[in-house]
Design a protein around this ligand. Structure first.
Ligand code: ATP
Length: 220
């Protein structure tokens, strides 16, 4: 344990996604969340079978390989491939239960998500129980507002934390909303750029782009 963390509750960030492919928007957000909230590490968790969207174009081993290449040069970011080792849909609740079992009851777990994903939270498997296992960090993404009414709005109101001190006060249970620098990059756009015969260079790590070319991923 480093001195920075001694005497305080350990805090670990978790960032799940399809990462089809991982890009600088994901990586910059993970890094800024980690630094802003003084997290010990941010784990990137590739989804094996996303419950809410179509099966990705590229298989999970390749998406995971790209993530491994992407985090290599950044000590704060780690790859966590536990969802790949589980069959069936990748429910976040089960992922959090498995992390809790492994890391113990005291560590603060912080599930990081963009505000676009947050808007769809009500369709997640047993979504209200997520806070039994982790805090939620919702990062405001341009073009996506927080819910203004309805069950999700009420739930947010009930659990929203004013300051990041709540991440140290308890290991789970609160929702923090933050604006971080968000790069206007999406994986959908990268796939379209490649399919259209153009180059996505500089929108994603060079090592990932090299791999995409070598394997001819997303190419028509
Ligand atoms: P797609 O375009 O295929 O939907 P995506 O780029 O949105 O992909 P996902 O893997 O679906 O990426 O998203 C994983 C997480 O990353 C979500 O919580 C989403 O809000 C967040 N995210 C996606 N793009 C960015 C970005 N440019 N900056 C910050 N966060 C992002």
């Amino acid at each position: 344990m480093t001195e920075k963390h001694s005497g305080m509750r350990r805090k670990i960030g978790l960032f799940g996604g399809t990462f089809d492919p991982v890009h600088n928007g994901h990586l910059r957000m993970a890094l800024e969340a980690g630094e802003e909230l003084a997290l010990e590490q941010v784990r990137l968790l590739p989804c094996h079978r996303p419950p809410h969207r179509e099966t990705p174009n590229v298989d999970s081993d390749q998406r995971t390989h790209m993530l491994r290449l992407a985090v290599e040069s950044c000590p704060l970011l780690k790859l966590d491939d536990r969802e790949l080792r589980r069959d069936g849909p990748s429910y976040t609740l089960e992922t959090l239960q498995s992390l809790r079992a492994e890391l113990g009851p005291e560590v603060s777990l912080i599930w990081v998500m963009g505000s676009d994903s947050f808007l769809g939270l009500e369709s997640w498997h047993r979504w209200r129980e997520l806070l039994d296992y982790a805090h939620l960090l919702v990062v405001a993404r341009p073009g996506w507002e927080l819910p203004q009414e309805g069950a999700l709005h009420d739930w947010l109101l009930n659990h929203r934390a004013e300051s990041q001190q709540s991440l140290e006060a308890t290991p789970a249970g609160s929702v923090l909303v933050r604006s971080l620098r968000l790069l206007p990059i999406s994986a959908t756009e990268i796939r379209q750029i490649i399919a259209g015969g153009q180059s996505p260079q500089f929108l994603l790590p060079e090592s990932v782009w090299q791999y995409v070319q070598k394997r001819r991923l997303y190419h028509p």
